[in-house]
Ligand binder design. Sequence first.
Ligand code: BLA
Length: 513
Amino acid sequence: EAQELLQAIDRCADEPIHIPGSIQPHGFLLVVSEPELQVQQASENVQLWLGIDARSLLGQPLSDLLPTARIEAGLEALSADDHNPFHLSDVSIGLAGAAGQTFALLGHRHRGQLILEFERAENPAQAYDTLYPLMRTFVAQLQDSRELEALCQLAVREVKRITGFGRVKAYRFDAEDNGVVLAEAVDPGYPSYLGLCFPAADIPQQARRLYRENLIRVIQDANYQPSPLIPALNPGSGAPLDLSFAALRSVSPVHLQYMRNMGTLASMSISIVIRDRLWGLISCHDAEPRAVTYQTRTACELLGRILSLQIEARESETLAQRKLDLRDQIVHLLSAMADRDSVVEGFRHLPEVVLGFAGADGAAIISADKCETVGNTPDHEQILQLAQWLGERRDELVFHSDCISRDIPDMPALAEHCAGVMAISISRLHAHYLIWFRHEQIKTVNWAGQPEKQIDRQSGALSPRHSFEQWQETLRGYAQPWDQVVIEGALELRNAVLGIVLRKAEEMAQLAG
Ligand code: BLA
């Protein structure tokens, strides 16, 4: 059954969301050949917007519809595959001779195609009157905030102010891609999701890849009727049009169902990308359909980028500080060992450092069948048994597990005493080890809705769940995972201890000789 579920989740990731063949109808789209600027594809809804049959536009010069001089100027600034569009806030468009309507225009190139998107015209003064002052406040306050939650809280409050969405939240993905809501700004009447965990399967992998590159997307009305592109295949490439960077890209019907299940008709999400990884999202919802102008989207994208930089700087700082602290402790330990001319004596002398170094509850050192312990550990017999088990798999320099019952299933007595273990071998010849232990930490996860594991009969893919009511899961048998900094610290300690052991051996040999 678990296998079937994994396959259903994988199938979600097969949906080619970059080539849906249609757009959201709150604007219209033209694909134009270069350099002739002739219409190659048009969305069917030009009929509704302009009163023109899409088919009658195909092959026509763009100049029949609009003055192309400004477009040509915009194109000059665009590189061959430029996802940052050029933008004109007021383009008058209509068949030559007829009265024109004014639209905002976005143009970008992707995979050799020039894509023009038209949305309702905006007020260009909006940026100066409202957006810039809001951004300035945001950036000024950001500089004063240190804590991650405070940074995120500031960002969601500002995005809510700029956009007017009813609920805005910031969430971070964990190592398994589940997302925990860290901050939320919400109008009365909306359920709060603060602190809840959204499962990884809510956003399949191909969507995460896309969101890493295209930082913002808007779904104006989850009940929309998609407008197909005509013809379906691009005449130049013979392939469906890649809409990865089109603002109007039609979104996955599965996700639209998810939104309706959640009681949201409009959404916008802004990617938080840190070191090329999708770190999290700012996700906005509204119970009613809602439009977001290009200027507002751009302000939000910029805000997201600034937030990402700030989080990255904060993470780097924390990491650097932790590495420094760890190095201090390693030096402390090594000098105690060197002073006493014995690794075991050094270990015995500084129990707080031994434990603090790894954030462990207990530690043991095994050398020559002797076992010394500090803190809270399993009994000696179990530790020696563990050392033997470790000895049978000598290839790993550091062994670590945050779930002994899963990773060392043949030692149930050990798992009864602790849940996490990290070990380094401290001799090249013998089964000598330094081992740290961590207690179980019973973990409660507040999921946003109980998993329903519904599999769609037609597609074989997972269906979105219907309830987002808090559902608590209790996880047993896990310790706090050993993080990369500690594991690398342990490796460093290992190398240094091996050096001490070696030097001692040489001294002994000299004495004997
Ligand atoms: C996309 N799913 C998304 C997006 C979000 C979520 C934010 C991005 C699109 C958007 O901006 O609305 C889910 N919404 C959430 C989460 C929170 C939230 C996690 O508010 C947390 C706070 N969805 C499912 C299942 C499938 C699925 C089972 O629940 C797979 C079959 C698919 N979700 C799915 C797809 C997309 C998506 C395909 C991409 C939509 C697109 O961009 O076309």
